[in-house]
Write a protein that binds this ligand. Sequence first.
Ligand SMILES: [Zn+2]
Length: 244
Amino acid sequence: MKILFLHGWHSIVGGVKPTYLQTAGHEVFNPALDDDDFAAAVRTAQSAYNRHQPDVVVGSSRGGAVAMNITTGDETPLVLLCPAWRRWGQATQLKSNAVILHSPDDDVIPLADSRLLIAQSGLPPENLVEVGSDHRLADSSSLSVMEWACRVLVSGKRWPADDAEPWEYSSHAASRQTDAQLEASYICDACGEEIVIPLDVTEGVRQTYVEDCPVCCRANTIHVELQDDGSIQVWSEPEQDYSE
Ligand SMILES: [Zn+2]
């Protein structure tokens, strides 16, 4: 897909995030945005958008504010990384096909700013994904969630993808206030019961772990995979018994 990446204040063009997207096989346009003149940065971003007609716009920090202040088609989703919308620009709302990634430990832009933005845009709390350990969001979990979010939104699905058959998941009522907490289920190989598990997409697009079935107590190896089309696959197998 074609991605317009809008970098943060005093970030280098060709940083770790656009490089990650490029390495994942996407065509990334990463224009150099004026660090001092916000209006000039918006003009540069707008002309890059008009010229390249990207499938998705990714904006990081100040670049997130730039992304909110350019005119994009209704069908062009936004993936914003800790957007600095309260510092720069006039836009105070997001379109419906927008997702924010923000670290709870961000000490540059408070997570509360993104919570407010989601709320005043009328978006569900799931559209804010808490991920990463700092403002940069350059760790591997943040990078993979960023790329996954692009694929889900460009595929035209709502966030989170709402037809992830056969694994149904729904927002966790108890954690609605906190972050994007999803559930999935698998069938225990040993007893045949359906076991519901919480999903943490911030753990990466491929996860494997062992847990005891809460019904029959047999140990299962759980595999979780976030698919390219945005669906989530979960399956289990009996944990390998190496003592035999
Ligand atoms: Zn079981």
